[in-house]
Write a protein that binds this ligand. Structure first.
Ligand SMILES: Cc1ncc(COP(=O)(O)O)c(C=O)c1O
Length: 344
């Protein structure tokens, strides 16, 4: 892989925004008169650390990687958008995604005017690597794989993913938004092995911090430098940085207890759903949601809606006809769903 050639020429050529503060160490005693801030303190009168060093250090300890291998963004959606803008030339380049998968890859591509080539998953939502390889052309810059996949809930075979990363000369993004609920190792452990790999994770799911908006990209330092070059200088607020730094110190036990609980409740939900005659198929899940194929999904959806229970209708996605995606809630929320389904 030639990273230089993969990057858009304008991104290669541009100079990143630089701040006068980049010339000083964080430990230097300085008087800050460079950024037109209000000098009277409100705790938040200063711009935040643009490289989020303390937060990265804490995340790096959790994930066993160095700060130089981490990009932090306003949700992993920011990372998806930046990856598209770093590598894909509008109109000329293309990306490949499995079908069905998470919708934001396609949205980010549309914003950048980049063609999306969809590779259908099998009826059981397995990934056929040869189909992916056959779809690559000389203008394919990125392959996105969501693992475990949204909305299907399944994990892909890791040997197949390895083959895909090895065989492609462009960037492979493995989006692990749901990996904490899965019985699988993260590809973060392998970012040194594959120079074309970017792994995405998020604080929005297992960590219960969707409202904070904090996403992570892990890759080799050269690729992380590209993120740093194109990101908005102060993309994460001081509030996010300090709040999550503290939560990492104090909330690890809460998070692992909740993950265990959600996995247990996912199993209970599957066992209860299996008893219902209104269901055609329950797809195996390695996430905090279940994809369920109903005999009459519209009737089920409407009945849930009447009861103010919101689930996601995924019936228009490929091989998902009749399917609703149900997030695992608290035990009492799950019971409410089951009660409505049992009444049908
Ligand atoms: C696969 C996948 N990736 C990324 C995201 C977005 O995560 P974030 O909240 O970090 O932007 C989601 C959200 O549903 C998702 O399902």
């Amino acid at each position: 892989m030639n990273l230089e050639q993969l990057v858009r020429p304008n991104i290669r050529a541009m100079k990143a925004y630089s701040s006068a503060r980049d010339e000083y160490k964080p430990t230097d005693e300085v008087t800050l008169l460079d950024a037109n801030e209000n000098p009277y303190t409100t705790d938040y009168n200063r711009y935040p650390d643009p490289y989020q060093n303390l937060l990265k250090y804490k995340i790096g300890k959790l994930k066993k990687v160095g700060n130089e291998s981490i990009f932090l963004g306003n949700g992993s959606d920011e990372a998806i958008d930046l990856i598209m803008r770093i590598f894909c030339e509008p109109i000329i380049d293309n990306i490949i995604i499995p079908d069905p998968t998470y919708g934001m890859y396609e949205v980010a591509a549309a914003i950048q005017n980049v063609t999306v080539k969809r590779v259908p998953l099998s009826e059981n939502f397995a990934l056929n690597i040869d189909d992916f390889l056959a779809t690559i052309d000389s203008r394919t810059k990125i392959i996105f794989v969501c693992n475990p996949n949204n909305p299907t809930g399944n994990l892909f075979d890791s040997n197949s993913l390895q083959k895909l990363i090895n065989s492609f000369q462009g960037i492979v993004v493995i989006d692990e938004a749901y990996i904490d609920f899965a019985n699988s190792d993260s590809f973060i452990n392998r970012i040194d092995e594959f120079k074309n790999l970017i792994v995405l994770q998020t604080f929005s799911k297992a960590w219960g911090l969707a409202g904070i908006r904090l996403g992570m990209a892990f890759s080799n330092p050269e690729i992380i430098q590209l993120f740093n070059k194109v990101k908005a200088p102060y993309n994460l607020s001081s509030v996010t940085q300090s709040l999550v730094s503290n939560l990492i110190d104090n909330n690890k036990d809460r998070v692992s207890t909740e993950i265990e609980q959600l996995i247990k409740d996912r199993q209970i939900m599957i066992l209860e759903l299996e008893k219902l005659h209104i269901i055609d198929k329950i797809y195996q899940s390695e996430t905090n949601f279940i994809l369920v194929k109903f005999k009459d999904h519209q009737k089920v959806y409407n009945q849930l809606k009447i009861n103010k229970l919101i689930v996601r209708d995924r019936s228009s996605a490929l091989n998902c006809n009749g399917c609703l995606r149900i997030t695992i809630g608290t035990p009492s929320e799950n019971k409410k769903v089951l009660k409505v389904l049992e009444s049908l």
